[in-house]
Ligand binder design. Structure first.
Ligand SMILES: Cc1ncc(COP(=O)(O)O)c(C=O)c1O
Length: 309
């Protein structure tokens, strides 16, 4: 139903990088679907398949007030005839609190609002077991689709893009997307991870998710040597940005017609530019993965005046 063939591989010419020795390509996962966009479909694809194999009637998952993952889950379940439940961080919120939650509800997602304190336990087994026993007919997917099935879905990104890149840039939240890409790399390609959270422990989080998902520890330790972390593009933390980031995104859009969002992909391009300028003399073929994040323009309306079209 969602077709990753729509995710074309495009060469990018961005004048900012003209004087560098880099060749840039972008994997347009943002084109997969308006709402199940970017890495969302990658992370949901095998979770949905698994839920259906188990004969579950729907998916229960978790997210914040502006969660791309909640919206994508609501939309994907709607299209696949599954029910969906979203456990939302913030008991003060309602369906009317923002467009994202409204849209989730329009897709038929039942939203349950819980306190931030409760939500903080989302990865504890007691918390997970509570929801499993309350909703036995639902398959539980962790926040951000970060589990084994999410990772193997993301392994298909490189399979489609090919393996002849020197480096791949990925924005990081839960790390599921970068874990999928890392575990599918070949030929010594390096992974440039761009955490959007301040003080994020990329190695620790990737190690934790990969071992929890059943990947062999020794292999994981070996793979992590291929990871470079770009720690200086978080703009103060999750969801934070400034006028200079919006200007860079605007500039990128004007030259490439590729929209970015300020939460993930804008920061990705910022880290890419910083890296390319700092290593301009090194010839490299770089792949950027466009992980979406601009569902129906909903994020755009949050970014104060940044308009794509
Ligand atoms: C647009 C976008 N890009 C990147 C990410 C980060 O992906 P991950 O959580 O798999 O690290 C997310 C969060 O899922 C996202 O919404």
């Amino acid at each position: 139903m969602f077709d990753s063939k729509k995710s074309v591989l495009q060469e990018v010419c961005f004048s900012f990088l003209n004087k560098t020795n880099k060749k840039l390509f972008i994997k347009r996962d943002d084109l997969i679907d308006e709402f199940v966009s970017g890495n969302k479909w990658r992370k949901l694809k095998y979770n949905i398949e698994h839920a259906r194999q188990l004969g579950k009637k729907g998916i229960l998952t978790f997210g914040g007030a502006y969660s791309n993952h909640l919206l994508a889950t609501a939309a994907a379940c709607h299209y696949y005839g599954l029910n969906s439940i979203g456990i939302v961080r913030g008991e003060e919120l309602t369906i009317e609190s923002n467009e994202m939650l409204q849209k989730c509800s329009d897709f038929g997602m039942e939203l349950l609002f819980i306190s931030r304190t409760e939500y903080a336990n989302r990865n504890e087994s007691s918390f997970v077991n509570y929801y499993k026993s309350e909703f036995p007919n639902f398959y539980l997917v962790p926040e951000g689709g970060a589990n084994y099935y999410g990772i193997i879905g993301c392994q298909e990104i490189m399979l489609e893009a090919g393996f002849d890149f020197d480096r791949v840039f990925i924005a990081q939240g839960t790390t599921a997307t970068s874990c999928g890409v890392l575990t599918s790399l070949k030929n010594g390609t390096r992974l440039s991870a761009v955490p959007v959270l301040k003080g994020f422990d990329t190695f620790g989080e990737m190690k934790k998710l990969l071992s929890y998902s059943g990947f062999e520890q020794e292999w994981v330790d070996e793979l992590l040597h291929l990871v470079d972390i770009h720690t200086e593009s978080h703009f103060g933390g999750y969801g934070k940005y400034d006028a200079s980031l919006l200007e860079l995104m605007q500039h990128f859009y004007q030259e490439t017609a590729i929209p970015l969002d300020p939460v993930y992909t804008g920061k990705l391009i910022h880290a890419l530019c910083e890296y390319c300028l700092a290593t301009s003399e090194i010839a490299e073929k770089i792949l950027i993965v466009h992980t979406g994040g601009i569902a129906g323009g909903l994020h755009v309306s949050r970014s104060e005046g940044y308009v794509f079209n």
